[in-house]
Design a protein around this ligand. Sequence first.
Ligand SMILES: Cc1ncc(COP(=O)(O)O)c(C=O)c1O
Length: 366
Amino acid sequence: MRIQVWDYRKEYDEMRDEILAAVDKVFRSGRLILGESVSAFETAFADYCNVAHGIGVNSGTDALALGLRGLGIEDDDEVITVSNTAVPTVSAIVTAGGAPRFVDVDPDTYLMDSTGLEGALSEKTRFILPVHLYGQCVDMDAINDFATAHGLKVLEDCAQSAGALYKGRKAGRLGDASAFSFYPTKVLGGYGDGGLVATDDADVAERLRSLRMYGMKGTYYAEEHGYNTRLDEVHAEILSLKLKRLDGWIGRRRDLADAYDRRLKGSGLVLPTEAEGNRHAYYLYVVRHAERERIIEELKARNIFVNVSYPYPIHTMRGYAGLGYKEGDLPVTEALAGEIFSLPMSPTLSDEEQETVCLAMEEILG
Ligand SMILES: Cc1ncc(COP(=O)(O)O)c(C=O)c1O
Protein backbone atom coordinates (compact mmCIF):
# COMPACT_ATOMS: atom_id res chain seq x y z
CA MET A 1 0.00 0.00 0.00
CA ARG A 2 1.41 3.40 -1.04
CA ILE A 3 0.39 6.20 1.31
CA GLN A 4 0.76 9.79 0.20
CA VAL A 5 0.23 13.09 1.97
CA TRP A 6 -2.65 13.72 -0.41
CA ASP A 7 -4.18 12.28 -3.58
CA TYR A 8 -7.23 13.95 -5.11
CA ARG A 9 -8.21 10.91 -7.14
CA LYS A 10 -9.97 9.22 -4.23
CA GLU A 11 -12.19 12.25 -3.85
CA TYR A 12 -12.77 12.35 -7.60
CA ASP A 13 -13.87 8.73 -7.59
CA GLU A 14 -16.48 9.59 -4.94
CA MET A 15 -17.68 12.83 -6.54
CA ARG A 16 -17.16 12.04 -10.22
CA ASP A 17 -20.82 12.17 -11.31
CA GLU A 18 -21.46 15.46 -9.51
CA ILE A 19 -18.26 17.03 -10.82
CA LEU A 20 -18.88 15.99 -14.41
CA ALA A 21 -22.45 17.30 -14.18
CA ALA A 22 -21.10 20.62 -12.85
CA VAL A 23 -18.59 20.86 -15.70
CA ASP A 24 -21.28 20.02 -18.23
CA LYS A 25 -23.60 22.67 -16.78
CA VAL A 26 -20.93 25.35 -17.29
CA PHE A 27 -19.95 24.19 -20.76
CA ARG A 28 -23.60 24.27 -21.85
CA SER A 29 -24.30 27.65 -20.24
CA GLY A 30 -22.71 29.72 -23.00
CA ARG A 31 -20.59 31.67 -20.50
CA LEU A 32 -17.10 30.57 -19.46
CA ILE A 33 -15.73 33.69 -17.75
CA LEU A 34 -17.28 35.79 -14.94
CA GLY A 35 -20.80 34.44 -15.19
CA GLU A 36 -23.33 33.07 -12.74
CA SER A 37 -21.17 30.26 -11.40
CA VAL A 38 -18.48 32.67 -10.22
CA SER A 39 -20.93 35.09 -8.62
CA ALA A 40 -22.84 32.25 -6.94
CA PHE A 41 -19.62 30.84 -5.51
CA GLU A 42 -18.39 34.27 -4.39
CA THR A 43 -21.62 34.81 -2.48
CA ALA A 44 -21.66 31.31 -0.99
CA PHE A 45 -18.04 31.46 0.11
CA ALA A 46 -18.34 34.98 1.54
CA ASP A 47 -21.44 33.84 3.47
CA TYR A 48 -19.55 30.79 4.72
CA CYS A 49 -16.81 33.09 6.08
CA ASN A 50 -19.38 35.61 7.30
CA VAL A 51 -17.77 38.35 5.21
CA ALA A 52 -19.74 40.76 3.00
CA HIS A 53 -17.86 40.40 -0.29
CA GLY A 54 -15.91 37.70 -2.12
CA ILE A 55 -13.94 38.37 -5.30
CA GLY A 56 -12.83 35.26 -7.18
CA VAL A 57 -9.39 35.40 -8.74
CA ASN A 58 -6.96 33.10 -10.48
CA SER A 59 -4.89 31.93 -7.49
CA GLY A 60 -4.08 32.51 -3.84
CA THR A 61 -0.96 34.38 -4.90
CA ASP A 62 -3.04 36.79 -6.96
CA ALA A 63 -5.55 37.08 -4.10
CA LEU A 64 -2.73 38.30 -1.85
CA ALA A 65 -1.27 40.74 -4.39
CA LEU A 66 -4.70 42.06 -5.30
CA GLY A 67 -5.73 42.24 -1.65
CA LEU A 68 -2.76 44.50 -0.95
CA ARG A 69 -3.55 46.65 -4.00
CA GLY A 70 -7.21 46.83 -2.99
CA LEU A 71 -6.21 48.00 0.49
CA GLY A 72 -4.11 50.76 -1.08
CA ILE A 73 -0.50 49.59 -1.01
CA GLU A 74 1.99 52.00 -2.56
CA ASP A 75 5.49 51.31 -3.82
CA ASP A 76 7.98 50.47 -1.06
CA ASP A 77 5.36 50.29 1.67
CA GLU A 78 6.62 47.78 4.21
CA VAL A 79 4.53 44.69 4.93
CA ILE A 80 5.31 42.68 8.05
CA THR A 81 4.94 38.95 7.56
CA VAL A 82 6.69 35.67 8.39
CA SER A 83 9.43 33.68 6.72
CA ASN A 84 7.93 30.32 7.75
CA THR A 85 5.38 30.32 4.94
CA ALA A 86 4.94 29.38 1.29
CA VAL A 87 7.01 31.46 -1.14
CA PRO A 88 3.86 33.04 -2.69
CA THR A 89 3.11 34.98 0.51
CA VAL A 90 6.31 36.92 -0.03
CA SER A 91 6.26 36.97 -3.83
CA ALA A 92 2.78 38.53 -3.74
CA ILE A 93 4.03 41.36 -1.52
CA VAL A 94 6.83 42.10 -3.99
CA THR A 95 4.46 41.84 -6.97
CA ALA A 96 2.19 44.42 -5.31
CA GLY A 97 5.17 46.78 -4.97
CA GLY A 98 5.68 46.23 -1.24
CA ALA A 99 8.78 45.47 0.83
CA PRO A 100 8.44 42.34 2.99
CA ARG A 101 9.76 42.58 6.57
CA PHE A 102 9.90 39.44 8.68
CA VAL A 103 9.10 38.57 12.26
CA ASP A 104 9.87 35.21 13.83
CA VAL A 105 7.23 32.61 14.67
CA ASP A 106 5.90 31.27 17.94
CA PRO A 107 7.81 28.15 19.03
CA ASP A 108 4.59 26.26 19.86
CA THR A 109 2.23 27.11 16.99
CA TYR A 110 4.89 28.00 14.38
CA LEU A 111 2.73 31.04 13.49
CA MET A 112 3.50 34.78 13.51
CA ASP A 113 4.80 35.85 16.93
CA SER A 114 3.16 39.19 17.70
CA THR A 115 5.88 40.07 20.21
CA GLY A 116 8.22 40.63 17.25
CA LEU A 117 6.07 43.28 15.60
CA GLU A 118 7.48 46.24 17.51
CA GLY A 119 11.01 45.38 16.37
CA ALA A 120 9.94 45.14 12.72
CA LEU A 121 8.06 48.43 12.72
CA SER A 122 9.46 51.38 10.77
CA GLU A 123 8.15 54.65 9.37
CA LYS A 124 7.38 52.82 6.15
CA THR A 125 5.29 50.03 7.69
CA ARG A 126 1.72 50.04 6.31
CA PHE A 127 0.53 46.43 6.54
CA ILE A 128 0.66 43.27 8.57
CA LEU A 129 0.20 40.05 6.64
CA PRO A 130 -0.33 37.21 9.14
CA VAL A 131 -0.35 33.71 7.66
CA HIS A 132 -2.81 31.21 9.13
CA LEU A 133 -0.40 28.41 8.31
CA TYR A 134 -1.17 24.68 8.43
CA GLY A 135 -4.89 25.36 9.02
CA GLN A 136 -4.66 27.32 12.26
CA CYS A 137 -5.26 31.05 12.83
CA VAL A 138 -2.64 33.42 14.14
CA ASP A 139 -3.43 35.11 17.48
CA MET A 140 -5.35 37.86 15.71
CA ASP A 141 -6.36 39.90 18.77
CA ALA A 142 -2.71 40.73 19.38
CA ILE A 143 -2.12 41.47 15.66
CA ASN A 144 -5.19 43.68 15.32
CA ASP A 145 -4.43 45.59 18.55
CA PHE A 146 -0.95 46.36 17.24
CA ALA A 147 -2.31 47.32 13.81
CA THR A 148 -4.87 49.68 15.33
CA ALA A 149 -2.28 51.27 17.60
CA HIS A 150 0.00 51.99 14.62
CA GLY A 151 -2.55 52.72 11.86
CA LEU A 152 -1.69 49.58 9.86
CA LYS A 153 -3.97 47.48 7.66
CA VAL A 154 -4.19 43.72 8.05
CA LEU A 155 -4.43 41.24 5.18
CA GLU A 156 -4.89 37.62 6.29
CA ASP A 157 -3.22 34.86 4.29
CA CYS A 158 -5.91 32.18 4.56
CA ALA A 159 -4.55 29.97 1.79
CA GLN A 160 -4.25 27.02 4.19
CA SER A 161 -7.08 27.76 6.56
CA ALA A 162 -10.52 27.89 4.91
CA GLY A 163 -13.01 26.95 7.62
CA ALA A 164 -10.64 27.44 10.59
CA LEU A 165 -12.06 29.32 13.56
CA TYR A 166 -10.48 31.87 15.87
CA LYS A 167 -12.54 32.62 18.98
CA GLY A 168 -15.66 31.53 17.11
CA ARG A 169 -14.93 33.66 14.04
CA LYS A 170 -13.94 32.25 10.67
CA ALA A 171 -10.51 32.74 9.16
CA GLY A 172 -10.98 35.45 6.56
CA ARG A 173 -13.06 37.79 8.68
CA LEU A 174 -10.35 38.72 11.15
CA GLY A 175 -8.59 41.56 9.30
CA ASP A 176 -9.30 44.28 6.72
CA ALA A 177 -9.27 41.74 3.91
CA SER A 178 -8.21 38.14 3.40
CA ALA A 179 -6.81 35.97 0.65
CA PHE A 180 -7.75 32.33 -0.04
CA SER A 181 -6.23 29.72 -2.33
CA PHE A 182 -8.18 26.91 -3.95
CA TYR A 183 -5.06 25.15 -5.19
CA PRO A 184 -6.08 21.47 -5.45
CA THR A 185 -4.36 20.31 -2.23
CA LYS A 186 -5.96 22.96 -0.04
CA VAL A 187 -8.67 22.41 2.58
CA LEU A 188 -11.11 23.64 -0.06
CA GLY A 189 -9.28 22.62 -3.21
CA GLY A 190 -10.44 23.11 -6.77
CA TYR A 191 -9.65 21.15 -9.91
CA GLY A 192 -7.11 23.71 -11.10
CA ASP A 193 -5.83 27.07 -9.85
CA GLY A 194 -8.14 29.47 -8.08
CA GLY A 195 -8.32 32.03 -5.28
CA LEU A 196 -10.53 34.63 -3.67
CA VAL A 197 -10.22 37.90 -1.78
CA ALA A 198 -12.78 38.51 0.98
CA THR A 199 -13.56 41.83 2.61
CA ASP A 200 -16.35 43.64 4.41
CA ASP A 201 -15.46 46.93 2.73
CA ALA A 202 -17.69 47.64 -0.29
CA ASP A 203 -15.26 50.18 -1.78
CA VAL A 204 -12.33 47.78 -1.53
CA ALA A 205 -14.48 45.05 -3.10
CA GLU A 206 -15.43 47.30 -6.00
CA ARG A 207 -11.80 48.18 -6.61
CA LEU A 208 -10.82 44.51 -6.52
CA ARG A 209 -13.45 43.63 -9.13
CA SER A 210 -11.92 46.23 -11.38
CA LEU A 211 -8.31 45.24 -10.62
CA ARG A 212 -8.95 41.61 -11.57
CA MET A 213 -10.22 42.80 -14.95
CA TYR A 214 -7.41 45.01 -16.32
CA GLY A 215 -8.39 47.88 -14.00
CA MET A 216 -11.60 48.43 -15.98
CA LYS A 217 -15.10 49.09 -14.69
CA GLY A 218 -17.41 47.51 -17.21
CA THR A 219 -16.10 49.34 -20.27
CA TYR A 220 -12.94 49.07 -22.35
CA TYR A 221 -11.42 51.86 -20.28
CA ALA A 222 -8.80 51.27 -17.58
CA GLU A 223 -9.20 53.41 -14.48
CA GLU A 224 -5.84 52.16 -13.18
CA HIS A 225 -3.19 49.55 -13.88
CA GLY A 226 -4.84 46.18 -13.40
CA TYR A 227 -4.40 42.47 -14.04
CA ASN A 228 -6.15 39.59 -15.69
CA THR A 229 -6.86 37.36 -12.74
CA ARG A 230 -10.30 35.80 -12.75
CA LEU A 231 -11.70 32.64 -11.25
CA ASP A 232 -13.00 30.49 -14.13
CA GLU A 233 -16.67 29.49 -14.26
CA VAL A 234 -15.86 25.81 -14.39
CA HIS A 235 -13.70 25.98 -11.27
CA ALA A 236 -16.28 28.08 -9.42
CA GLU A 237 -19.03 25.55 -10.15
CA ILE A 238 -16.93 22.69 -8.77
CA LEU A 239 -15.92 24.76 -5.74
CA SER A 240 -19.58 25.49 -4.97
CA LEU A 241 -20.21 21.76 -4.92
CA LYS A 242 -17.26 21.12 -2.67
CA LEU A 243 -18.04 24.00 -0.30
CA LYS A 244 -21.14 22.10 0.86
CA ARG A 245 -18.89 19.32 2.12
CA LEU A 246 -16.18 21.48 3.64
CA ASP A 247 -17.26 21.30 7.28
CA GLY A 248 -17.63 17.53 7.08
CA TRP A 249 -14.14 17.25 5.62
CA ILE A 250 -12.68 19.48 8.33
CA GLY A 251 -14.41 17.27 10.90
CA ARG A 252 -12.68 14.24 9.37
CA ARG A 253 -9.32 16.05 9.41
CA ARG A 254 -9.83 16.86 13.08
CA ASP A 255 -10.69 13.23 13.88
CA LEU A 256 -7.53 12.10 12.10
CA ALA A 257 -5.52 14.69 14.04
CA ASP A 258 -7.01 13.43 17.32
CA ALA A 259 -6.08 9.88 16.39
CA TYR A 260 -2.50 10.91 15.53
CA ASP A 261 -2.32 12.82 18.83
CA ARG A 262 -3.38 9.75 20.78
CA ARG A 263 -1.24 7.26 18.89
CA LEU A 264 1.95 9.33 18.70
CA LYS A 265 1.95 10.84 22.18
CA GLY A 266 5.20 9.88 23.87
CA SER A 267 6.78 8.73 20.57
CA GLY A 268 9.47 11.40 20.67
CA LEU A 269 7.82 13.49 17.96
CA VAL A 270 6.78 17.02 18.87
CA LEU A 271 3.08 17.07 17.95
CA PRO A 272 1.05 20.07 16.73
CA THR A 273 -0.46 22.47 19.26
CA GLU A 274 -3.97 23.81 18.91
CA ALA A 275 -3.90 27.25 20.49
CA GLU A 276 -6.66 28.13 22.93
CA GLY A 277 -9.79 29.49 21.26
CA ASN A 278 -8.83 27.99 17.90
CA ARG A 279 -10.49 25.38 15.73
CA HIS A 280 -7.60 24.07 13.67
CA ALA A 281 -8.63 22.90 10.18
CA TYR A 282 -5.59 20.58 9.99
CA TYR A 283 -4.64 21.34 6.42
CA LEU A 284 -1.35 19.78 7.52
CA TYR A 285 -0.48 17.71 10.57
CA VAL A 286 3.00 19.06 11.25
CA VAL A 287 5.36 17.20 13.57
CA ARG A 288 8.91 17.95 14.60
CA HIS A 289 11.95 15.74 15.21
CA ALA A 290 15.70 16.35 15.14
CA GLU A 291 16.25 13.23 12.99
CA ARG A 292 13.79 14.23 10.29
CA GLU A 293 15.82 13.05 7.30
CA ARG A 294 16.31 9.55 8.74
CA ILE A 295 12.61 9.28 9.57
CA ILE A 296 11.54 10.42 6.10
CA GLU A 297 13.87 7.89 4.44
CA GLU A 298 12.61 5.06 6.63
CA LEU A 299 8.99 5.99 5.94
CA LYS A 300 9.75 6.07 2.21
CA ALA A 301 11.20 2.57 2.46
CA ARG A 302 7.77 1.54 3.79
CA ASN A 303 5.97 3.31 0.90
CA ILE A 304 4.82 6.19 3.09
CA PHE A 305 5.45 9.66 1.72
CA VAL A 306 5.47 12.81 3.79
CA ASN A 307 5.91 16.45 3.02
CA VAL A 308 8.08 19.24 4.45
CA SER A 309 6.39 22.63 4.73
CA TYR A 310 8.80 24.31 4.56
CA PRO A 311 12.43 23.22 4.38
CA TYR A 312 13.88 26.64 3.47
CA PRO A 313 12.99 29.84 5.32
CA ILE A 314 12.26 32.48 2.71
CA HIS A 315 14.63 35.07 4.18
CA THR A 316 17.55 32.69 3.45
CA MET A 317 16.59 32.02 -0.19
CA ARG A 318 18.71 33.42 -3.04
CA GLY A 319 15.57 34.78 -4.68
CA TYR A 320 14.99 37.05 -1.69
CA ALA A 321 18.58 37.89 -0.77
CA GLY A 322 17.81 41.48 -1.80
CA LEU A 323 15.58 41.88 1.26
CA GLY A 324 18.72 42.09 3.37
CA TYR A 325 18.24 39.21 5.81
CA LYS A 326 20.80 36.58 6.72
CA GLU A 327 20.89 33.25 8.48
CA GLY A 328 20.54 33.73 12.22
CA ASP A 329 18.02 36.57 11.93
CA LEU A 330 14.96 34.40 12.68
CA PRO A 331 16.18 31.60 14.95
CA VAL A 332 12.85 29.87 15.65
CA THR A 333 11.94 29.79 11.94
CA GLU A 334 15.39 28.48 11.02
CA ALA A 335 15.37 25.75 13.67
CA LEU A 336 11.91 24.59 12.55
CA ALA A 337 12.92 24.41 8.90
CA GLY A 338 15.41 21.67 9.72
CA GLU A 339 13.05 19.53 11.80
CA ILE A 340 9.41 19.79 10.73
CA PHE A 341 7.48 17.47 8.41
CA SER A 342 3.82 16.66 7.81
CA LEU A 343 2.23 13.26 8.13
CA PRO A 344 -0.34 12.06 5.59
CA MET A 345 -3.54 14.05 6.16
CA SER A 346 -6.61 14.37 4.00
CA PRO A 347 -10.30 13.60 4.44
CA THR A 348 -9.88 10.56 2.20
CA LEU A 349 -7.10 9.03 4.31
CA SER A 350 -8.61 5.80 5.70
CA ASP A 351 -8.34 4.63 9.32
CA GLU A 352 -6.37 1.66 8.05
CA GLU A 353 -3.87 3.87 6.20
CA GLN A 354 -3.47 6.07 9.24
CA GLU A 355 -2.84 3.04 11.42
CA THR A 356 -0.14 1.89 8.98
CA VAL A 357 1.55 5.28 9.34
CA CYS A 358 1.37 5.14 13.15
CA LEU A 359 2.77 1.61 13.29
CA ALA A 360 5.62 2.64 11.00
CA MET A 361 6.39 5.66 13.19
CA GLU A 362 6.46 3.43 16.27
CA GLU A 363 8.92 1.06 14.60
CA ILE A 364 11.13 3.87 13.33
CA LEU A 365 11.22 5.77 16.61
CA GLY A 366 11.63 2.63 18.71
C1 LIG B 1 0.39 30.12 2.86
C2 LIG B 1 0.14 30.22 1.38
N1 LIG B 1 -0.01 31.44 0.83
C3 LIG B 1 -0.25 31.59 -0.47
C4 LIG B 1 -0.36 30.50 -1.32
C5 LIG B 1 -0.57 30.73 -2.76
O1 LIG B 1 -1.69 30.10 -3.30
P1 LIG B 1 -1.73 29.65 -4.82
O2 LIG B 1 -0.89 28.43 -4.97
O3 LIG B 1 -3.19 29.39 -5.07
O4 LIG B 1 -1.24 30.78 -5.64
C6 LIG B 1 -0.21 29.23 -0.80
C7 LIG B 1 -0.34 28.02 -1.64
O5 LIG B 1 0.56 27.51 -2.20
C8 LIG B 1 0.06 29.06 0.59
O6 LIG B 1 0.21 27.86 1.14
